[in-house]
Design a protein around this ligand. Sequence first.
Ligand SMILES: [Zn+2]
Length: 167
Amino acid sequence: MNNLESSLQERLKKLADARTIPFCYLCYSDAPSGVCRSCLSDDLMKHLPGHGVEYGSDWVIRALIHENLEPLNLDEAFQESIRECYDATVKIAWIECDTVQALRELDPISWDLACSEWADAEESAGLIVSFDHGSTYFWAHDIECFLDEEESKDNSFCDEAVQVSTE
Ligand SMILES: [Zn+2]
């Protein structure tokens, strides 16, 4: 995990905490203070309203991302990168054809392989991020914008609270 990714993970984890309520599975009730008032347990799940209850942050992060962001169309993004690297058309004898189309049709297996290698490289560079082991990817930039937006919501919420208390 590179620096960008770990800082994103950290921010996502904070967001997951902010958007969930600690939940005692034993008593089946919210425990907003972080300790269950009935059984005094602090071994609590997270309750994401509208989604359910479960231990850990990963599932909350996955739910928040998949609910709010458009996943990356990997094939389209790879096509774009190929168009940046190679000429738009290739000539095979007397036929001039679209480079991407030719590649895909002449060797679909090689295309798919190159596409997944490209995804791996983009992921190690921190440009794209997956929360489900590579089934879907999101642009790291989109996640950053999403986090900026969500974090600013919380800040304005805090400001309002301060204003109310000083009135
Ligand atoms: Zn309890």
